[in-house]
Design a protein around this ligand. Structure first.
Ligand code: NCD
Length: 311
């Protein structure tokens, strides 16, 4: 197993399955009244987030605490980075204190990989620009597997703002490696450039027509419209986006009642997903959040306990 977790591309399928198996055990710990395991006692984990986060940062913090590590949160805005300190100086300063793992989120694609070359600590990518968000993809695949069983040959739709989505990029790598039959759906303006070549090579399909794909879906993952990363007009109006690509109440009716609905959060209710869909019995949105803690416990455990090569 590689020392860091920077990209899904660095993992073998066996390693993914190892993460899932340990996560299932950690999930049981989550249900206990006393949730502490001693596995990472004496280890220090820093969460360094230069971008906003609710679930990723808090679930890493909880995961570390339940494994008895000392976890410390540093927000980019409150650090000396806002005084002009370079990323290199910031991460070298923090890790010089004797830190075992650095969980980082930054708006620059490739930043986690860059940082892993500057520090001795284990680096875990919690989102780098529009590039990757590997722990999110692992928790998504884990959640879907718990619901559907093996993902081999299962038809999974990823729908929404693909251009700006690191979740989509990590999910494509993870889901196709696990054998899923993935179709990505977006308006032409939010379909990443070069996707034709990529989809051919990686073995997934693309579509501009959600209504054609929905009846065939065995699981649907809606992705957030990332307005904060948009510089121009990618669609005429929010209403038009919803009409073409939102999981509306009408589309929910087309979906079988057992077809799971995922969304990594944060959701724009009423834009990419209607409240009826987000709160439907088949919605796995909160299961994803709880799986997020179990998967991150599993990842921290494997990367930080012992030599990082085995359970
Ligand atoms: C995602 C992210 O930050 O990449 N959220 C998350 O981690 N759960 C997706 C998003 O911001 O839309």
């Amino acid at each position: 197993m590689s020392r860091h977790l920077l990209s899904i591309a660095d993992l073998t399928v066996d390693e993914m399955i190892t993460f899932f198996d340990t996560a299932a055990e950690m999930h049981d710990v989550q249900r206990r009244e006393v949730k502490k395991l001693p596995a990472l006692r004496g280890r220090t984990i820093i969460n360094l987030f230069f971008e906003d986060s609710t679930r990723t940062r808090s679930s890493f913090e909880i995961a570390g605490k339940w494994l008895s590590a000392d976890t410390i949160n540093i927000a980019g805005k409150g650090s000396s980075a806002s005084k002009g300190e370079s990323l290199r100086d910031t991460v070298q300063t923090i890790t010089a204190m004797g830190v075992d793992a650095l969980v980082m989120r930054h708006s620059a694609s490739g930043s986690a990989h860059q940082v892993s070359q500057w520090v001795d600590s284990v680096v875990i990518n919690a989102g780098d620009g529009t590039h990757e968000h590997p722990t999110q993809a692992l928790l998504d695949a884990y959640t879907l597997q718990r619901r559907l069983g093996s993902l081999e040959g299962r038809k999974i739709l990823l729908v929404g703002d693909l251009t700006h989505s690191r979740v989509f990029r990590s999910n494509i790598l993870c889901l196709t490696a696990l054998g899923a039959d993935v179709t990505v759906v977006a308006p032409p303006t939010l379909m990443p450039s070069g996707i034709d070549t990529w989809s051919r090579e990686a073995g997934f399909s693309t579509s501009y027509d959600l209504d054609e794909e929905l009846p065939k879906a065995e699981a649907v993952m809606m992705l957030r419209v990332q307005r904060e990363r948009m510089t121009g007009g990618y669609f005429p109006s929010a209403r038009e986006y919803t009409v073409g690509y939102g999981l509306t109440r009408d589309r929910l009716a087309v979906l079988g009642p057992d077809v799971p609905i995922c969304h990594p959060g944060p959701m724009n209710r009423g834009l990419e997903i209607a409240a009826d869909a987000a709160d439907a019995a088949q919605s796995l949105v909160l299961d994803q959040v709880s799986a997020g803690v179990a998967i991150r416990m599993s990842i921290l455990y494997h990367l930080l306990s012992g030599d990082g090569t085995s359970a």
